[in-house]
Write a protein that binds this ligand. Structure first.
Ligand code: PMT
Length: 402
């Protein structure tokens, strides 16, 4: 998964020799998981064929207000196209098209879509070096940037005219990298760091058995995805779990035992902005782990347990600690126990979920929580999907750290 996956992208192609590069750009965008719709200006059709671009984009290519190939002459609604897109890239952008973008001279479908698009627009100029340097062109670059468009600067090198200089359209890979970086920077939590613990821990009795619990890691994963989708770099320290965490902003570290989780948390906790402890950590582990499988013999077997370190409390006691969110899973006297935990572990927010509430806690795709802050305020939320619960929690964290 990457920043382009799932994105709806309009690729506008105008009439210049660099139009051939739009085929490679289409291919890269589709490969990155984007849905791509291509709009050609009438002049672009002289340089690249709709068939090539529709084959690569897996969508019909549009170039006029009505669809000539359709018996009913269907109207290509520029407003709908503009609203559909998450972003628009015009590559190549000729001097002619840029000047019309500046003045609002809408004489083709691409310009109509551009002027009705609500999404960010990127343009990659391509022209001969003298045109690129002309005062009218540079003035248009500035005007377009002042309208909120992102310019992808042209490169230096050999031009179609045989001359050499600035004006070559950025290579498709450079366009991908430019747009990708900008998309990341535009995310609200870009640059923030968050550490999350999730899932159960397994405490070994012998090579084949362990003490564990029913946590699946779903709650922690929903939190990790919510943060990552908003641009935060997430370190997800996950106990044994089969939940998939693939995301370009999630760095997952798998651990097994509470001690391993403790060591991993302390290796990474410095410089985190937020830390969220949603793992169901075993409070005790067997005093010894047998080297070989424990054999069945007497009618009863007593196992001595020793206390595990409390990871959340250890971070709560740190002098320079991140904004700290703990969880409490309770079965009785929920609020009383949760208030005590929040105080003891020094959390900024404590998320209480009770096994008494149907659809809350372990395993389910839903949860029902109460948020408890430092002042002892408790806010009760209704039953929701774990994704929406994660959103409520992260919204609250952002509100309290801004
Ligand atoms: O994984 P799912 O199936 O989606 O289920 C989600 C969940 C029920 C596990 C989750 O919502 C939850 O409640 N997690 C905390 C469960 C728990 O162990 O609560 P606790 O009350 O025992 O622990 C209190 C807090 O201290 C927790 O933040 C826990 O991570 C932390 N802790 C506990 C013990 C320990 N040794 N170290 C810790 O860090």
């Amino acid at each position: 998964m990457n920043i382009f996956s799932g994105k709806k992208i309009l690729l506008g192609v105008t009439g210049g020799i660099a139009a051939y590069k739009s085929t490679f750009l289409t291919r890269l965008l589709v490969k990155a998981g984007a849905s791509v719709r291509v709009i050609l200006t009438p002049a672009a059709r002289d340089f690249v064929t709709p068939l090539t671009l529709s084959t690569l984009s897996k969508n019909p290519v549009l170039s006029s207000f009505t669809n000539e190939d359709d018996d009913n002459d269907l109207w290509n609604n520029h407003v709908d196209l503009g609203l559909w897109a998450d972003l628009m890239i015009i590559a190549p952008a000729t001097a002619n098209t840029m000047s019309k973008m500046v003045t609002g001279n809408i004489d083709n479908l691409l310009l109509a879509v551009y002027s009705s698009a609500k999404c960010p627009v990127y343009f990659a100029p391509a022209m001969d070096l003298d045109m690129y340097k002309h005062p009218s062109t540079t003035a248009n670059f500035e005007k377009l940037a002042s309208y909120g468009n992102y310019m992808i600067p042209a490169g230096d090198g050999e031009l179609a005219s045989g001359l050499s200089g600035k004006g070559r359209m950025a290579e498709p890979e450079e366009i991908m990298s430019f747009v990708g970086k900008q998309l990341e920077q535009d995310l609200p939590l870009f640059g923030k760091k968050c550490l999350i613990t999730a899932g159960p821990t397994h405490e070994s009795l012998d090579p084949v058995r362990f003490i564990g619990n029913h946590s699946t890691g779903k709650m922690g994963m929903a939190l990790a995805h919510n943060l990552a989708n908003r641009g935060a770099q997430v370190i997800l320290i996950m106990g044994p779990s089969s939940v998939n965490s693939e995301h370009y902003f999630i760095h997952r570290i798998d651990v097994t035992s509470a001690q391993e989780m403790y060591d991993t948390v302390h290796k990474h906790i410095a410089h985190q902005d937020y830390a969220i402890f949603s793992a169901a950590v075993a409070d005790y582990r067997p005093a010894t782990t047998a080297d070989q499988k424990i054999k069945k013999s007497a009618d009863t077997l007593t196992i001595e347990l020793v206390k595990n370190p409390d990871i959340l409390a250890s971070v709560g006691a740190m002098e320079n600690r991140p904004f700290l969110v703990g969880f409490a899973l309770e079965t009785e006297n929920e609020l009383e126990h949760a208030f005590a935990k929040a105080k003891k572990k020094n959390t900024d927010l404590l998320i209480l979920n009770s096994m008494k509430d149907k659809g809350a806690g372990f395993g389910t795709d839903t949860n029902k929580i109460t948020m408890i802050d430092r002042l002892g305020n408790a806010e009760v939320f209704p039953l929701k999907s774990k994704e929406l619960v994660a959103k409520d929690i992260i919204d609250e964290v952002i509100k309290r750290t801004q």
